[in-house]
Write a protein that binds this ligand. Sequence first.
Ligand SMILES: NC(=O)c1ccc[n+]([C@@H]2O[C@H](COP(=O)([O-])OP(=O)(O)OC[C@H]3O[C@@H](n4cnc5c(N)ncnc54)[C@H](O)[C@@H]3O)[C@@H](O)[C@H]2O)c1
Ligand SMILES: [Zn+2]
Length: 366
Amino acid sequence: MYDRMEVSLNNEKCYEIVLAEAFDGLAKEVSNLFDPAVKVCIITDSNVEKLYAEEVSKELKKAFETVCIHSFPAGEEHKRLETVNEAYHFLVENHFNRSDLIVALGGGVTGDLSGFVAATYMRGIPFIQLPTTLLSMVDSSIGGKTGVDFEDYKNMVGAFYMPKLVYINQSVLRTLPDRQFSSGMAEVLKAGLIKDGPFYEWTINGFPEILSMEPSILKEMLYRSIDIKRRVVEADPYEKGERALLNYGHTLGHAIEKFYDFTYTHGECVALGSVAAAYIAYKRELLSAEEYYELRDMFVPFELPITVSGLDIDEILRLTSSDKKNDAKGLKFVLLTKIGKAKIFRDVTSEEMRAALTELLFDESE
Ligand SMILES: NC(=O)c1ccc[n+]([C@@H]2O[C@H](COP(=O)([O-])OP(=O)(O)OC[C@H]3O[C@@H](n4cnc5c(N)ncnc54)[C@H](O)[C@@H]3O)[C@@H](O)[C@H]2O)c1
Ligand SMILES: [Zn+2]
């Protein structure tokens, strides 16, 4: 069926996304783009290294003479400049130059970090993405945003830098912890909610097959959510307008993520942020009560939260107003105008956010 997509930038083909069920097509794909003399550095985190680095290295050695592996400790707390520094050291010591290749093997942390290393090492060296989490397959590996966290600020230092290829082996999702799979599902649901109502319906109706990772269902889900992200980033690669729609659920979601000191996954916070944003849309009569309650409850089968305890609403509002996505015109807040359609609003008030956050604190036993 669908096994590849093209991403264009300014109407010119930029790179391909390949959907596969194993790594065994990788050497061929990469050798279509690079000479066998090119040196390859696989950058991966300590978890993914144990699972897949050898297999990927062996596969790439079919086409390339030199393949080395550089790993860093897994976790968002290592998505920082010190880890970038270590990668530069590795590349310098192994005499990598501008015509060589970086392969990012891992989740969004690995992809963002390796992409930033690639964007900056010798003013830019080619890189490809082998995303291994659901979140990185449908979201972070597509669109060229790379970067690291700086002090307390997420993704504060970075660059737009496009990969030469994104190769997705969906079978690696089998080893992904369930909670990480759910985290990615929040972005899949978000994609449908903002751009494609029928896909959203398909996803919520298909949850048993999705959760059991039935390969053809998984492939269709990956294809359709990636296609949504692809279209949005093609229309607005540098986030001047429409790309901000991808931030649905993220304005309050990011604040919630920070408030709980990253003990919730990104997707869990996006789910909470999406529920709160849907509540605001419901109160503005953009969504019906029925649509709001269905949207809220359909996160549950995917093991995503729709309520929280202990949320300090004043603190969330403070964190929201200091979000780096805000500009001189103030807060940008994405609301659904119907299921499958979203719009950026500039006039969402603290009172509306307060009411929506209070809803999240709702305790059914009361
Ligand atoms: N660049 C973008 O446009 C963009 C978009 C969204 C998110 N992000 C970034 O992505 C990051 C989150 O990505 P993530 O959720 O993939 O986190 P992650 O990379 O930390 O991966 C989550 C965990 O799963 C492990 N793992 C990865 N693949 C595995 C597999 N197949 N089997 C078993 N374990 C596996 C990892 O080692 C890690 O412990 C954040 O830093 C976020 O800022 C970037
Ligand atoms: Zn996100």
